[in-house]
Design a protein around this ligand. Structure first.
Ligand SMILES: [Zn+2]
Length: 84
């Protein structure tokens, strides 16, 4: 990537090696060149990450409920056996 300020060639650097100019803006321009399908894929990735996080939390809650239900059932069974 060529620095827009001093015209120095900086391969994949984010900051110019000569003048320290941030080359992030050029990266943003590259991002805008992404096609709609590519952008949709990127959005799906971030949504997927969020969904995965929510799914994890839901999974933990379900596991806790199931485990506590099993514990309660076990306790009921034990007290029933002891009561006999
Ligand atoms: Zn520069």
């Amino acid at each position: 990537m060529r620095c827009p300020r001093c015209n120095t060639e900086n391969d994949n650097r984010t900051v110019c090696s000569k003048c320290g100019y941030f080359l992030y803006r050029a990266n943003e321009q590259n991002r805008k060149k992404m096609t709609k399908s590519q952008r949709a894929a990127e959005d799906a990735k971030t949504v997927g990450k969020r969904a995965g996080r929510i799914f994890k939390i839901v999974w933990i809650i379900v596991t806790i409920i199931v485990l506590s239900a099993w514990l309660v059932l076990g306790m009921v069974a034990l007290t029933g056996l002891l009561g006999k």
